[in-house]
Each structure stands twice: as structure tokens, then as C-alpha cells.
Ligand binder design. Sequence first.
Ligand code: NAD
Length: 458
Amino acid sequence: MDKQSTIIENSLKAIMDDKEFLPDLKAQTREQAYQSLVSILTTPNHIHKSFLRVTMENGTVERIPAFRVQHNDVLGPYKGGIRFHPSVTEDEVSDFSKLMTLKNALHEVPFGGGKGGLEINPRDYTEKELNLICKKYVQYFNDIMGPDKDIPAPDMGSGEREMDWMMAEYKTIHPGEPYRNSFTGKSIANGGSHGRREATGKGVYFSFRYLMYNYARENEKWLTQNENVFADTAVKYAKKKMTMAIQGFGNLGSVAALEAYKCTYLQNKIVAVSDHNVMLYNEEGLDVPSLVEFANEHDGELPTEDDQLQEYDIKANIHDRDELLELDVDVLLLAALENQLHKDNMENIKAEIIIEGANKPIAEEADKYLSDKGVLIIPDILANAGGVIVSYFEWMQGRETQFMSEERVYERLFDKMKHTMDTILPQFFGDPFPLRQNCYIHAVTKLSTIMFKQGKLY
Ligand code: NAD
């Protein structure tokens, strides 16, 4: 069973013992409702798969495996990114589609869960070929897409350029129909939202800052009294100067790093950052704005040589990139890839707070091991929803053809995340479950109640 299904099943088991869960049902009918929920939430509604036939510039024809998985639409149209990566598989896309359903339910975004994928390395193709691949994807799947059916967005390996191309193809195939909100993550020129690019990184940092500054400090007395290992960790670090290491310096990692660096609420010292080439380390703290400047001018990459560091007046030592994970720091922010903490390195992880910026950066075994040790993990489902929340704003703006300023977008994003955290945190610090489990319990309860009221659990 995949990771999402295991957590969904565990969450359903936990809520079965709770009298609040579907209280109108008698014991036997509750058991039936539970079994129905397990099967609905652990399997996708639809798996669409095609081999796109694309003629390359040199005249050869390639068949490219392409997927769109629609997990659940009880809360609204399916929603989720399209990943362009050679490791894309049907199982992976399906697993991510479940996470999207639960993420949207948790944050009260009126969308269901979906995910797409293309099994390619986009760097292997010319711009013209990529344009053709995007058009083909829409040609093959357009029947199941649309502003009220299934709304894709970018994911790893894709961005606003690809969404602009896909939206344009959708418009060509569906003349006269609404098209602006058929895709999100588009360029501003094509109806994208201000702040969409920064939304996930800002939201990731906000989740940490809100937990540590607003919640842990304001509730210190209660947290100290209630004998909860995670509350002890939060209180221990809330007023301390925290050292932080950030894995991944792309769209998400660099924005979150800058937010952490500039934060006036908490005292952060970012001692290490890494990308796919290197780790940079300075125990006195790194000059994050200069690193961002360097990355912006060098195709998103960090400096890999001493003379590059000198040119930008950045004081840091260059190390092997994977050393970052095992550094003796207080906070680890994972903003690169999935499965970075796993059974082979979990015992060497020293950070007591881990923020999941990327999706599923902690493998199942490591998640259990670290949680049992009292490591406070702010999970992907809670921390990295900024992208889908601002996608929702983009979708609404496409409907209304009225656009919010960047400032207003962040204001509404933080309001929405604050609302989620205010709902989840009292429950989390009051019971023995890790934060991830609490988020899933909340999301699953919400979906169960809606499905029950819609008569879907018989
Ligand atoms: P990105 O492609 O812009 O950046 C990825 C970064 O990770 C790059 O700096 C890359 O060099 C680095 N990296 C790759 N392999 C690495 C390794 N082994 N060690 C250290 N660094 C490595 O991607 P992004 O948009 O920043 O997203 C990062 C992750 O977050 C992805 O897994 C993505 O699916 C997830 N995510 C992104 C968003 C979003 O809106 N950007 C939303 C939700 C989840």
C-alpha cells in the first residue's frame, strides 16, 4: 500500500473511535460507512494514461508516457500539477493525487484532488518539441479537463510557459468556451495571479513562523503543562536563536530562505543551503540575499567555486551537497525532492524541527522513527499548500476577470493558512498524534461528513 493510503487508513481508524465521527449512525452502519470510506479514499476515481505520439525536430517519432489521475472530486473539480520528470510513474502520480484531495480538504480549498505526469526529462527536448508535447498532452486529455472538471497546474519540470501553451491549446480545441481558468500557474500576461511563483515558499515559511512565534509563544503556559513531547520541542525553540539548513534552492527553497533570513519575528540563522550540485556552509550565517542574486543570474544554481563566492562577496565553505541533511542544526527545511530522509540516514538526523517544503521528502519509516523521537515535523500537507491556495485565487480571478494585487494575494494566503493552523494546532498539542496524522484526521473527517451527507457511503 502506498504512503498516502496507509496514512488515510490510519486516520480513518483513529476517527472511528471518536463518537463525533458520523454520530447519527448505529454501530453496524458506522462500520459499513468506514469500509466505504477506506475504499473511496484509497483508490482514485479515474486513471487516464496515453502514449503521446510526438514528432521530434529531427523527424523521429517518440511515444511519451503521459498520465492524468483524478482521485476525488467531492469538494470540487479535480486539481493538481503536471510533473515533467523521467521518474514519473502511474503509481507516483496516483499517490500524489490522493495528497491533493486531502490538502484541499484540509485548507478548505473547493477543489478535489488530481495529478498529472509526463515521463520525460524536459532538458532533453528543444523548446519547439516541448511546445508540441504540451499541445499533445491537452489534445489527448482535453475531454476530461476544463475549468469545472479538472484544472492542472505546474509541478516539477514545468512552469508558467507550459501552462500558457496548454491553456492556448485548450482554447483552440474548445472555441467559445471559458478557458482562462482551465489551467493555473500561468504567466501574469495570460491571466496568472500575482504572487503565484512565491506563494509556496512564503506559505512554507509562514507555517513555521506561525507555529513557533504566534502559537507556541502565546500558548506557552498551556503547552508547558500538557506533557506533549511536540509541545516541549515547540516551547524549547520558540524564543531561541535557531540554526537552519535548507535543502534545495529553487523556486520554493530560495523564497523560503529569504523569508527566514528577513524574518523579524524569529531569530533564524541560516547556516547551510544546498542544491543539486553543492552545499554551502557558514556557521556565522549565510548572506541569503546575495545567494539569491547569484542564483537569479546563473540559471537558478548556487556558486560551486571559491572565485564565484568571492565575486559576490559571499562567505561560505563549499561541501558535498548531501552533508546538509545530517548537520547539527535546529531546523531542517526540505525543499528539493521526495524521500530524502529514509531508513539509511534517519538515525543521523540531528534537527529537532523539520519543515516539509517538498512533497513527501520523508519516507514512511523515517517519518515514524523521527516522530517517535519527538522531532516536530511540519508536514507537506500543511506547509506547502501556498501554491494550490493561490491557484484557487487565480482560478477565481479567471472567472471574475478581476485581479488582486500581490500584497492582497499574500494577505489572503496567510489568512487562509492561519485559519487552518488555528483549527489544527490546539488538537495537535492536546493529543499524542504527530502533526501529519492530525492534518489527515481533520481532512478525512471533513470529506467523510460531506460524502455521508451526499449519500455516498452506502
Ligand atoms: P525547483 O525545480 O525550482 O527547485 C528544486 C531545487 O532542488 C533546485 O535548487 C535543485 O538544484 C535542488 N535539488 C535537486 N536535487 C537535489 C538534491 N539531491 N539535493 C539538494 N538539492 C537538490 O522546484 P521547486 O518549485 O522549488 O519545488 C521543490 C519541491 O517542492 C518539488 O519536489 C516540488 O514538487 C515541491 N512543491 C513545489 C511547489 C511549488 O509551488 N513550487 C508546491 C508544492 C510542492
